[in-house]
Ligand binder design. Structure first.
Ligand SMILES: CC(C)(COP(=O)(O)OP(=O)(O)OC[C@H]1O[C@@H](n2cnc3c(N)ncnc32)[C@H](O)[C@@H]1OP(=O)(O)O)[C@@H](O)C(=O)NCCC(=O)NCCS
Length: 191
């Protein structure tokens, strides 16, 4: 199990095959999935999702999806992703997060995201970080803002088969460029 980075309270590490139950339990909470749609079946987590993450570790340096655990206790808290988007551009990176409900509003998503962003801009050649969420997902948008990302656009409403609360209000994209991040870092310790 390889550690990707550590913050004051979090360890971000590679997933392993043994994380199936952690992921399944995380996704079993309807509040966690409120803006995300139906949870993935356990078999799909085991046979597709985790193998996909493991394969990315072989291909890319510290760009992927990481399990987050309590640095002091080792308890599984959720995950972060920091990975290329659909265009596979390694300089334009998609940030995302999902944490157990019991751990919300302790600043963990902000803490992990800021550390990933700093790693990307300083070590990995990243030029831009972006994130998407449903327009109505206020908590997720707040994390983006606290990490210095700003609103880029609102996209059309989701029109797929699943019923997701608030999907009719569309999605937002937020982004932060390396120069913006560097400018924020001057005289501001929040990065
Ligand atoms: C989104 C999520 C990762 C945030 O994690 P977190 O560790 O609680 O985030 P933080 O504690 O760093 O920051 C949350 C901020 O949002 C605010 N917030 C949370 N819920 C809110 C709500 N419903 N309305 C307004 N603000 C809200 C908090 O007050 C806090 O801001 P503050 O520090 O200014 O008070 C977590 O809620 C989660 O896992 N949600 C389910 C999965 C999900 O929606 N992921 C994002 C999909 S794109």
């Amino acid at each position: 199990m390889k550690i990707i980075l550590e913050t004051q309270r979090l360890t971000l590490r590679e997933f392993t095959e043994d994380d199936v139950d952690n992921l399944f339990e995380l996704n079993s909470d309807p509040e966690v999935m409120r803006y995300l749609g139906k949870p993935v079946p356990r078999e799909k987590l085991r046979d597709e999702v985790i193998p996909f993450h493991l394969a990315v570790y072989q291909r890319l340096d510290r760009l992927g999806t990481w399990a987050a655990q309590d640095r002091a206790t080792g308890e599984f808290l959720g995950w972060f992703h920091f990975r290329p988007g659909l265009d596979a551009d390694l300089t334009n990176i998609d940030l995302g997060y999902r944490l157990r409900r019991s751990e919300w509003n302790k600043g963990y998503a902000t803490e992990g995201s800021r550390a990933l962003i700093a790693m990307g801009f300083t070590d990995l050649g990243v030029e831009r970080v972006f994130a998407h969420t449903l327009t109505v997902n206020t908590g997720s948008r707040r994390v983006m803002e606290k990490c210095g990302l700003t609103l880029v656009r609102t996209t059309a409403p989701y029109e797929g088969p699943e019923v997701i609360e608030g999907a009719e209000h569309g999605e937002v994209e937020y982004a932060l460029t390396k120069p913006e991040w560097a400018a924020r870092a001057v005289g501001d310790d929040s990065n």
